[in-house]
Design a protein around this ligand. Sequence first.
Ligand SMILES: [Ca+2]
Ligand SMILES: [Ca+2]
Ligand SMILES: [Ca+2]
Length: 289
Amino acid sequence: MKKIKKSSSACCKKLKEFSQSNYFLPSILLLIIIILALITVSGVQKTIRERLKAGGGCFTAGKTVPSDMPTDPSPCCTGLALIRNVQPNEQKTCPSITVDEKSTLCSNCGNGACEPWENHCNCSQDCSEQRMLGLKIKFQCINQKPAKDSPQKTKVKIAPQSGQSVEIPNTYFYPLNDGFYFGVIYPEETLLDSTATSAIYVKGPKHLQRKFDNLTLTAGQTLDLTTKILEAGDLPTQDGKVDRSDYDTLVSKISEPYSENYDLNMDGGINMVDVSCLIDTLSVKYEEE
Ligand SMILES: [Ca+2]
Ligand SMILES: [Ca+2]
Ligand SMILES: [Ca+2]
């Protein structure tokens, strides 16, 4: 009994000495750092699991794979493979991407269809560089490059003077440094006829459609369509006009959780600035047919 008491008092004495020593504070700090690191790692894994769960257990076509996610085995759904998440610039050049900027997405490259997230930089099998047509456009109220680089999924229709029109429902337009947007399409060669003229219709995800007439389309060129601004205000679900119902929708979104679908100037918030953009368009109302 006496022995146990002696040993217990020796232990307390040692603890007391340790708590007063120079090692005490650094040891506690190290312990806190280890606990925080464990929490962060489990948080990241949880986020990845949640993202996967949202996609039904695997990444579907067009989904960007987060850079912190292991790519072996492939996180893509069956039949899809990882491709680089890059776009050609206005000069048709493909950007090189450093390891730090690693960004990939899942796609069915090789299925013969040039999907909206594919281009000649990341899937030349499906998107031939020879057919590339660049389009530069301007959305109303976006006057500088938004902080978030997300593409505006825009509808493009090519209507040749004679022959069938072709609609490309989801063309990805990415922001340039000056508030303009750039996107590429890969139309069939028959539509790239330098001896004929065509009209191009462009409709943004929350904008009225614009018509650009009398264009000569040749492969490899970039068409500057910034002469007409794509007026903002035809909000989802779009009906081809800007009216009271769009106004009411936008005003109701001010007090709801943020959604990019209603952020007209893409500044990361929905407020009276966006409403004033829409009011400007109310006087225009209908889109160009
Ligand atoms: Ca494809
Ligand atoms: Ca509308
Ligand atoms: Ca805004």
